[in-house]
Write a protein that binds this ligand. Structure first.
Ligand SMILES: [Mn+2]
Length: 350
């Protein structure tokens, strides 16, 4: 039985709205889903499991129609989905009345329910959100019923306000595979068995690193999974080292080169590090204006000429301070204290 597990598509979201790069970002979320559906079609994947938060908010009727159209094009794959905390089934939700194609099986119960696929010797269990939060540990009492040979749990949450659970409880639940959603960073809580696929595309700037989906196979020998990156863009936090020779212009060039190296399609938070010429002030506000530089943070320290400063300040507090730390080793904590202290004392001096 071959499956693909995705989660947290957040269709309808507009990440970094207003930025130059992000104009088509909403569309890209749909395109990445389509690329996963193409994989399902090519590989004749048996089940596509979607672990909640398909939509960023309440889905529009036309959005459901659109989604259903793509699902209906699959000639082999069956799609099982649940609603998460973002697209929870509100009183007026179109989820309540929408007619899905026959290969699409929503598990929209408030309590755990299941769907059987006898031809795959598989049952998939799941429940859906009817509110933004569920504080009860609903998954801790879930267990595989032994209805089919292979049993899968589709689940959304894992933090305090969203169906909290202890991993140990899930381990003991008897499911062959637990397809998790809600936490956007892909991670296996237990190898090949309890996995957050992660958001299919990164949705906000904290979703750093690669994103993608889980491809798995369940056979009599057990479960085997692999995680496959497929997102069109990533958020990257990048340190750019600066030295005393650098100017605004040269730092800007360094940043642009780093961005080129790590991929111009990605979104960056740049952290400037190292020692700068004390006279140089970075205008980080201006630097992050263009392209997909979302933020530039200056963590450089000024490179003071300690000998010169010492001579100029012989006898006063600053001079005393420098004398005290002067002989410490570079890169030590004391050295850092020397720099930070000198910076403060100089500032106070006016
Ligand atoms: Mn969620």
């Amino acid at each position: 039985m071959k499956f693909i597990h995705i989660a947290d598509l957040h269709l309808g979201a507009e990440p970094d709205a207003g930025r130059a790069y992000s104009q088509n970002r909403s569309q890209e979320l749909w395109e990445t889903l389509q690329s996963v559906l193409e994989v399902c079609e090519e590989e004749q994947t048996d089940l596509l499991l979607i672990a909640g938060d398909i939509f960023h908010g309440q889905p529009l009727r036309r959005e459901l129609k659109e989604l259903n159209y793509y699902f209906a094009e699959l000639t082999h794959t069956k799609v099982v989905l649940i609603a998460g905390n973002h697209d929870y089934i509100r009183k007026d939700s179109y989820y309540r009345t929408f007619q899905w194609n026959e290969n699409v099986i929503p598990l929209f119960g408030r309590e755990l329910e299941y769907v059987e696929f006898p031809e795959l010797r598989t049952a998939v269990y799941g429940l859906s959100y009817y509110s933004r939060e569920i504080r009860e540990p609903l998954y801790e009492s879930a267990f595989a019923g032994g209805i089919q040979e292979y049993e899968i749990l589709l689940a959304h949450g894992g933090d305090e306000k969203h169906c909290p659970f202890r991993v140990k409880k899930l381990e003991e639940s008897g499911f062959d595979y637990i397809a998790l959603g809600h936490i956007h960073r892909p991670q296996a809580l237990m190898k090949d068995r309890i996995i957050y696929a992660g958001a299919l595309e990164p949705i906000d700037r904290n979703d750093v690193g690669p994103h993608g989906y889980v491809k798995g196979e369940i056979t009599e020998a057990g479960v085997h999974t692999q995680w496959i990156p497929c997102a069109m863009r990533s958020y990257i936090h990048l340190e750019v080292p600066v030295n005393t020779e650098d100017t605004m212009g040269s730092v800007r060039k360094k940043i642009l080169e780093a961005v080129k190296d790590y991929g111009a399609e990605n979104m960056y938070k740049i952290i400037l590090t190292g020692y700068r010429d004390p006279d140089l002030r970075f205008d980080t506000e201006r630097m992050d204006r263009d392209g997909n530089l979302l933020e530039v943070i200056d963590e450089t320290a000024p490179q003071y000429d300690m000998e010169e400063l010492l001579q100029e300040n012989e006898g006063n507090l600053l001079g005393e301070y420098i004398r005290r730390f002067k002989d410490c080793e570079k890169d030590s904590r004391e050295y850092q204290a020397l720099y930070e202290g000198v910076e403060v004392l100089l500032k106070n001096k006016g």
